[in-house]
Structures are given as C-alpha cells and as structure tokens.
Design a protein around this ligand. Structure first.
Ligand code: HGY
Ligand code: MN
Ligand code: MN
Length: 438
C-alpha cells in the first residue's frame, strides 16, 4: 500500500476503497463480508470528524446514539436477548442446546479516543454481531450459550480510567473511581446516559465458571503484521498499563518584570520531567513504552510565568515489575528537577491495569482455524490495552489481530484492509464453533 494510495483513500473520505490486501487466496467465507462492511461504515457516522476518523468518546452523545443504533438496528431480529448491564455494557445472549453450559463470550468496544480511527474496537464489535447474525441466518445451533458484548468506556478518555465495563465484569475498580466527577458531571450520571446504573454496579460482575472462554477480534494498532504481510495475529499477551497524575507547582508571576534567575517556572520543570520519562523508559533494553500524552498549563497566558502544570504519565510493559522500576527512576529524577527549578512535583498513580497472558489452548484453536482457512498467522504481544486483559482474570482468553496499515492507530489515518477484516471475522466465528465443539 503506497503512501499516496493510502492518502488517496483517506482524501476520498472512504477508507474502504482499498486495493486488494496481502497476496494469497481469500478464505471461503461463511460470514457476510458485505453486511459487515456496511455495519462498520454505518457505525463510522456516529461522531464522524470532518477531517476523517471519529470522536465517539465514551458516554458522550455520539456514544449514546451509536449504542442505541447497535441495539435497535444490528442486534434486534437475530435471535438475541439484548440487555444493558449496570456499567453500560451491551450484551446479546443466544441460547445454546445445553443451557447449563457456561457461555462463550466475544466482543470489543465502540467508544473511541478523540480524533481516533474507525477500526479500533469497531472491527471486533461489528464482527461479534456479524457472527451472531450469520449463525442466525444459517440456523446453526451451538451447545454453549453464546454472548456478544460491546463494553463500556474501554478507552478511558472519559474519567481517565479505561476498560471500565470489562473491569465491572470482574468487579475491579480503583479507590474512589465510582464517586469521581469530571467537568462537573458525576460518573453515575455519565454512565446513566448509556443505560448503566452504578447503584447496581455489583450486578455487572460475572461469576467464575459462568464464561467458558472470552474472545476478542481487534486491529493490531502496530505495524508488525502489516510489515510481515501476515493477515492473522495470535496474541501472546497484553501489556500492563500504569497511569500517574503529576502536578508541578511553581510560582505564577509577571512574564515581563520577573528576572530569569528568580523564576520558578512550572512548565520548565514539566518539560524536563517529560524528557526524564523518555530517558528512564529507554534506559534498559525491551519493548516497554512511556508517554506523556496530556498536559495542562495554568493560568495559560503568554504574559504569565506558568504557576502550575498537570500532566499524565503512562508506562506500559508485559511486566508490571519493570513498569514499577521505571517509575521509581522517574520519581528520583522528579525530585532532582524540583530542586533545580524551585518547584514541587507530586506524582500519584491513578490506575494500574494488570498484564494478561492469552490462554495457550485458545491460542492453539485460533491458529488452527486460521490455517484451516488458508490464512497464515504470527504470534505477537499486544502493546495496546484491551478489555481482554480484564476478562483473562475470569475465563480462558484469546485475541485475534488483523493488520493495521502502516501500523497507524488512535488517528484518523487508522486503516485496515477490507479482506483482512472479513478474514478475521471468519476466524473469530470458526474459533467460537471449535470451542463449542470442544
Ligand atoms: O490505549 C490503548 O492501548 C487502547 O487502545 N485503549
Ligand atoms: Mn481498542
Ligand atoms: Mn484504543
């Protein structure tokens, strides 16, 4: 995919007009790839940005409308019992021949980051419903009950903590999380917008043994599969993610009359802290990553020396121990920076999502079903966080990746090839049926 074609597809405003994907035979599909494509193109309308991509922040009006459309247009009339759980996650349950069996659960999320893409979460969510629709059309009965799910607030742009719906399914919240307010809105009022009810949040918790396995189809969001031209990724594990709130306090003063040596400039200190995050992250070998993606300067006027800065530090790795070691080094650097700049720097951890390894026998089934379809596979870790890392604490878990063109994600330029999405959906369905036969 040449860059110019890729830009062309974007400029056309329809990322779908893509040339064929990886060479090799297209698998024999049972799912309806045209219907899946229509679902994704329809979903892209909710929160669409003029410059392409989408802003469908969790619990926003765009999310409310998209979720109503999913329930009323996609999930009705295909043999599902649809419900919204107290966290706002949408479940569609399909009866099995043996009702006492645990359910096979599969799904993803449809909330996005600001100015995000039309594939992150959307592919796995629409594919889960397409699987249910295909099974309904073909009158395929399964032993196990099946459940598809659209989780609530996976991205965590709303209220600063993600995988909210899936953490509710395992009963895991941060201290004070359910009493938080953001821009004057209490979290219980935000969740109520999509039909949740925090007063009953305990009912969102799934019981151990209730779920036979959890599967999630998702775009890779990195460039490994695309570079290797491999259509299916079998995820080995999902990184742990720690987030920290840093508050840097200096002294706001007149930008014209305050001599340079007398300044206690919070933004100068924050700038050094941002560089320290990078330096301490790369200090040791490995795939760990560290980011400062959100920073606010106050009062924020060109003629006032910044008195206060708040920013969020995010560290990720498959090992939380490594994350905590990096954080300790950053804390040491912050103390030095505070002394050198005459500021104070307070850093507190606001969330910690544990890493999760995928279940070997589930990975084996995914790999086998992909190959039976003539699709090559590659094992790889996930540098992105997912609801699956919460579900892995409740049931056997597997994730299926499809390539992201040029490894771009969390951007309007996010793009996956049409054939890869359809192939991933077929692998999801065949994996579900193989687990059902197990
Ligand atoms: O941030 C992540 O890794 C995921 O896309 N929510
Ligand atoms: Mn996602
Ligand atoms: Mn994401």
């Amino acid at each position: 995919m040449k860059r110019r074609n890729f830009t062309r597809a974007l400029l056309l405003g329809s990322a779908w007009e893509l040339s064929r994907s990886a060479p090799g035979a297209a698998p024999a599909l049972t799912i309806d790839s045209a219907r899946l494509r229509r679902s994704l193109e329809e979903l892209a309308r909710f929160g669409r940005n003029l410059e392409g991509g989408v802003s469908r922040i969790a619990w926003s009006q765009a999310d409310v409308e998209a979720r109503a459309w999913v329930r009323e247009s996609l999930m009705s009339g295909i043999g599902l019992e649809v419900r919204i759980d107290p966290a706002g996650s949408i479940y569609g349950r399909r009866a099995g021949r043996e009702p006492e069996q645990p359910a096979i659960l599969f799904g993803s999320h449809i909330d996005s980051v600001p100015k995000g893409g039309n594939f992150d979460g959307d592919v796995g969510s629409m594919a889960a419903i397409e699987v249910m629709h295909t099974l309904h059309d073909k009158k395929i009965a399964t032993r196990h009950p099946l459940e598809c799910v659209i989780w609530s607030n996976e991205e965590g742009f709303a209220f600063g903590r993600g995988i909210f719906g899936s953490r509710a399914a395992i009963g895991e919240f941060e201290p004070g999380e359910l009493e938080a307010t953001e821009n004057g809105v209490h979290i219980r009022d935000a969740v109520r917008r999509i039909g949740g009810d925090l007063a009953r949040i305990a009912e969102a918790r799934r019981k151990p043994g209730e779920i036979a396995a959890y599967l999630e189809l998702h775009i890779e969001q990195g460039g490994v599969l695309d570079r290797a031209r491999v259509p299916i990724g079998v995820v080995e594990g999902i990184v742990g993610i720690n987030r920290y709130a840093a508050r840097i306090t200096g002294f706001g003063n007149h930008a014209g009359t305050t001599p340079m040596p007398e300044r206690r400039d919070a933004l100068v200190a924050a700038a050094r802290l941002v560089l320290a995050v990078r330096e301490e992250t790369v200090r040791e070998p490995g795939r760990q990553v560290g980011t400062v993606g959100k920073l606010e300067v106050r009062p924020g006027a060109p003629n006032i020396i910044p008195g206060e800065v708040e920013c969020v530090i995010e560290l990720r790795d498959l090992s939380l121990e490594k994350v905590e070691n990096i954080f300790r080094r950053i804390e040491g650097r912050a103390a030095e920076i505070a002394r050198a700049t005459g500021t104070t720097i307070d850093i507190t951890r606001t969330s910690s999502h544990k890493p999760a390894l995928a279940t070997p026998w589930v990975r084996e089934i995914i790999r086998g079903q992909a190959r039976a379809l003539g699709l090559s596979t590659m094992d790889l870790p996930s540098g992105a966080g997912h609801d699956a890392q919460a579900l892995a604490r409740l049931a056997p878990m597997g994730m299926i990746f499809v390539p992201s063109v040029e490894g771009i994600s969390h951007s309007p330029k996010e793009l996956s090839r049409w054939e890869d999405i359809a192939g991933g959906c077929e692998v999801l369905m065949q994996t579900i049926l193989a687990i059902d036969r197990r």
